[in-house]
Design a protein around this ligand. Structure first.
Ligand SMILES: C[S@@+](CC[C@H](N)C(=O)[O-])C[C@H]1O[C@@H](n2cnc3c(N)ncnc32)[C@H](O)[C@@H]1O
Length: 299
């Protein structure tokens, strides 16, 4: 009982700190770094395929210098993605030493060093057949082996026409893997006519199923009611946090990526990205969302 109280208190304090920091700061505090152009997969829904130019990417030393400069200017939190960030694990360690917090988004095909005790978001988009199909390679078993019992891991699943019917199964797989939890995004398209995009009844189905799995797994599914509803209302798009001055995104050559980490080829009106939805719900002072977020990022 007392533990619960202390936990809730800590979440509330984190929430207020985050909100104040967000409201008062004029400079970017958070950055998304695409640390490499390389990726070992070829996923059917991935925005990244359109940006894999194979241009220069920074060396370890250049990344270290850039991270330190950014930290000096006030940036405290880094999300490391790509491409596949586990292909350049040195950079993960360097960022871990420089920033107050880092988050990694990985496809889970290579285990991230145990020395990095941070939240790792691992993509998992379905059961063995579906995941392998979406990701273009037989990697499901390897991913499960890599994440098994790893409490750093929150599975992140992107729902599209291909895997909409597997929400409950994905949660079961995540449970069996004994990771810390799971969260979901909806596919963001380059055009409202995309075949993969969820619309109308599909979104209603996603919402009712996500609410069901949340109810059945309250501490495991990292979504609040408001977040789930926002997949339909799309209220987050208007004042999107990822397009704010608070956050900045970089390509692997350190050029700035706009309007957000998904890059220029996406149609923002289709956005189902959970990250701006988290922030939208915090801005609306939704307490359930604040608790979900604080717990998920509390590492
Ligand atoms: C671009 S990947 C890079 C990190 C890593 N290679 C991975 O697969 O997780 C980052 C995340 O974005 C998701 N993603 C890619 N394209 C997307 C899109 N069009 N809409 C929504 N999510 C997308 C991926 O499924 C993955 O979870």
């Amino acid at each position: 009982m007392r533990d619960d109280y202390m936990k809730n208190l800590r979440y509330a304090v984190n929430f207020i700190r985050y909100f104040l920091r967000y409201s008062l700061t004029k400079k970017p505090q958070q950055a998304n770094y695409d640390i490499t152009w390389q990726c070992n997969l070829n996923c059917e829904h991935c925005y990244w395929k359109k940006y894999s130019y194979g241009k220069k990417e920074l060396t370890d030393e250049e990344w270290e210098k850039a991270f330190k400069e950014h930290r000096k200017k006030g940036l405290i939190c880094a999300t490391l993605t790509g491409g596949e960030p586990s292909l350049r694990q040195n950079i993960l360690s360097i960022a871990n030493n420089v920033f107050d917090s880092i988050y990694i988004i990985s496809n889970g095909t290579r285990k991230i060093s145990e020395n990095i005790n941070r939240r790792i978001f691992v993509s998992l988009d379905g059961n063995r057949e579906t995941h392998n199909g979406i990701r273009g390679a037989n990697i499901f078993d390897k991913v499960i082996q890599n994440i098994k019992n790893d409490k750093r891991v929150v599975i992140t699943s992107t729902l599209s026409k291909t895997n909409l019917g597997q929400i409950e199964e994905i949660v079961r797989i995540a449970r069996d893997a004994n990771v810390f939890g799971i969260t979901f995004s909806l596919y963001t398209a380059d055009s409202p006519n995309s075949n993969l995009l969820l619309k109308g009844n599909d979104i209603d189905y996603a919402i009712s199923t996500l609410k069901k799995v949340k109810k059945e797994n309250p501490d495991f599914v990292f979504l609040s009611s408001k977040m789930i509803d926002t997949f339909k209302t799309k209220e987050h798009i208007k004042n999107c946090f990822l397009r704010s001055k608070f956050v900045i995104s970089y390509y692997p050559d350190l050029s700035v990526k706009t309007p957000c980490v998904l890059g220029q080829n996406i149609d923002c009106s289709t956005c189902g990205c959970i990250v701006p939805i988290y922030i939208h719900c915090i801005r609306k002072l939704d307490i359930e969302s604040a608790k979900v977020i604080s717990r998920m990022f509390d590492v």
